[in-house]
Write a protein that binds this ligand. Structure first.
Ligand code: FAD
Length: 396
């Protein structure tokens, strides 16, 4: 049996090791992670961990029992494919099969790097640093009204901080959802007592304040930047591995990279979606759970492994609401609302030629579960019946 080396001990790396053992792989598995902590789950970082309701979010996995060699606090600095080796601070590590699972790094706000009081929210260390910031119940400026910004603002309001969210676009989640769907979510901020400033950019961050490009100055005991994440692939420059313009490792439909015996999975990798007819880079938890099964099958079964063609799924908990999304709506030709944004719960179903391709559910987990099945199966629905929130989502 062979030696599989997995680089990155987040969700995707850990699940790759688990899936290899589940699929009966008996070779050596080495999991190398840069962070010193026991591998942990990220979603709780902007929720329970941030609010001090949970100590941490370490995965409940017995690596010893799985016979997985964990090497934590070790950064991998380079890949030499000809030699079948990766380089680490602690020396080279040979592999037969390599899995890249290095995740993503948060994008920093230009000019804010190193300014005291400016935070990102990606790691356990970030969340632990932000705990006492929330406890001070002071003025906080959040930059970016995306998923992370919304979840952080929710926690900060719950902790009793004065929160201002600055968003360059004219609405929250501008990159993720269409105008008519995301627009009403602006009210959620106001309802929670947070101020949402749209159409404004941060010109300058100084200790204690944020200056906007329209001249406004916002007091800021702390600034939390949530303006996106970029695949952590810089260390692969010069390795010969193909990367996309977005920085992702451009994997194929079995999550193989352009180099032999090298796979890529999770937030660091994009893949061609046969279902949606375009390459997808998914930065969500479910992709870091499902992708590893394809990688492990590829390693264990070779070319017989089925292609990776998921219906992407994620959830977010913000402003007291449970928001879920399945699919990919980019090429939809119709949008069906089940209820409206003024209702306590509602959902939106996107169709293409009568077939569901995506669904957003706000407080309607049953819609999500039913819709996801229809999307997976590609079964047409009757748009008129689907628009009745009292009727379960069903095939036409
Ligand atoms: P990561 O979790 O980023 O793990 C990669 C690991 O690789 C890191 O530990 C990193 O230190 C390590 N690494 C990087 N480079 C190297 C190197 N050169 N050498 C060694 N190690 C390296 N998704 C949802 O669907 N719902 C949610 O509610 C949700 N909430 C989230 C909240 C927060 C605060 C964050 C940050 C993310 C959230 N996500 C959520 C997204 C989800 O957590 C990610 O999609 C998932 O963590 C991706 O897993 P990954 O293993 O690909 O990457």
């Amino acid at each position: 049996p062979q030696h599989v080396v997995v680089v990155g001990a987040g969700m995707a790396g850990v699940q790759t090791a688990v899936a290899l053992r589940e699929q009966g792989f008996t070779g050596t598995v080495t999991l190398i992670g840069a962070e010193p902590h026991q591998p942990y789950d990220r979603p709780p970082l902007s929720k329970a961990v941030l609010l001090g309701k949970a100590e941490g979010s370490a995965f409940d996995i017995d690596f010893e029992a799985l016979d997985v060699e964990l090497r934590l606090g070790v950064e991998v600095t380079g890949l030499r494919a000809d030699a079948h080796e990766v380089d680490t601070e602690a020396g080279p590590v040979p592999y037969d099969v390599l899995v890249l699972a290095t995740g993503a790094n948060p994008v920093t706000l230009p000019g804010s790097e190193g300014v005291p009081g400016v935070h990102l929210l990606r790691t356990l260390d970030d969340a632990v640093r932000l705990g006492p910031v929330l406890e001070r119940r002071h003025d906080i400026v959040v930059v970016g009204a995306g998923w992370i910004g919304a979840e952080f603002a929710t926690a900060a309001r719950q902790a009793g901080c004065a929160v201002t969210v600055v968003e360059a676009a004219d609405r929250p989640l501008a990159g993720a959802l269409p105008d008519d769907v995301a627009g009403p979510m602006a009210d959620w901020y106001a309802e929670s007592g947070a101020e949402l400033v749209t159409g404004a950019r941060v010109a300058r961050v100084a200790p204690g304040e944020v200056v906007l490009d329209d001249g406004r100055t916002l007091p800021a005991d702390a600034v939390v930047v949530g303006i996106g994440a970029r695949p952590a692939t810089r260390w692969l420059d010069g390795s010969g591995i193909a990367l996309g313009a977005d920085g992702s490792v451009t994997a194929d439909d079995r999550l193989r990279t352009s180099l032999p015996d090298v796979y890529a999975v999770g937030d660091c990798a994009s893949f061609p979606s046969a279902r949606y007819g375009e390459r997808l880079l998914v930065h969500h938890w479910d992709n870091a759970l499902q992708g590893p099964r394809t990688v492990a099958a590829g390693i264990a079964d070779g070319p017989a492994a089925p292609p990776y063609d998921p219906v992407p799924y994620f959830w977010s908990e913000q402003f007291g609401r449970f928001v879920q999304y399945a699919g990919h709506h980019a090429h939809a030709d119709a949008e069906v609302w089940r209820g409206g944004p003024d209702d306590a719960s509602w959902s939106v179903l996107w169709l293409r030629e009568g077939v569901p391709v995506a669904l957003l559910a706000v407080g309607r987990p049953r819609d999500l579960a039913q819709g996801r099945k229809l999307i997976e199966a590609g079964t047409p629905v009757d748009p008129e019946r689907a628009a009745d929130p009292a009727v379960p989502l069903k095939a036409a």
